[in-house]
Design a protein around this ligand. Sequence first.
Ligand code: GUN
Length: 294
Amino acid sequence: MTAKIIDGKAIAQKIRENLKDAIQRRLSQGQSAPGLAVILVGDDPASQIYVRNKREACSECGIKSVAYDLPQDIPEEKLLSLITQLNSDASIHGILIQLPLPNHIRTPLILDSIDPKKDVDGFHPTNLGLLAQGRSYLRPCTPYGVMRLLEHEKIMLCGLNAVVIGTSNIVGKPMALELVNAKCTVTLCHKETRDLKQAIKQADLLVSAIGKAGVINSEWIKPGAIVIDIGITRSPNGKLHGDIEFETAKQSAAYITPVPGGVGPMTVAMLLSNTLFAAKHMPLYCAQYKISRH
Ligand code: GUN
């Protein structure tokens, strides 16, 4: 069997074109452009590239992105007061703080200070809690992007054995919650998992979010599995690699995402989608979080 390669780049492009049209319609009805505050602290080169891509993607689809490029040594209180100001700014529908933040800043404190209805990354405990309860509001972009890829391929998830590797708050844990909500039987693996090989062998759907090039031995993959590679690592020669040995895995999987061009482009598309969602729903949002995206 040779796997179908899921073309995340093309799927994300189509989503971005649809968002652009939806934003155009919004403007023609006299409504404001969705506004996204993009905050970058310090000068980490990788973060600078990610932020530049996000800002360009915004302008391409009609989202007004407002840039805040802050010094590495900004005091925590100053960052908090910027967020407070953005929380009450009606022209800003989404707030994104590029991670990682410098060590002197308490990341959870900062993320918790974002108004959950402007939390377009979906990192706030309220949004993660809503996802855990199966009534998601703003969904973390990478796991949401994976769900959209699976949906695009019309893959039936109900009852599948899904194995997620990686337990970060921004990828692994919300990915597992998304798959539970889709009625998969989910195993969440991590560094201390005793028998990773055995877990992977059981997986009808494997989602890897480790971030170590080629660590997943493709011989462990169940024939006919759906393989989603979220890991992305740059080797010294500048080439990008996923967690999974792609060339061999594609011989036995039914579906596989490439790196680059798989999940990565979907993360940006979901940020844009979340920003439009936040702009549309802000007037409707109520303290009881009654709104669900399903
Ligand atoms: N750093 C790495 N990935 C992400 C992401 O998805 N969002 C933010 N804000 N920072 C990141």
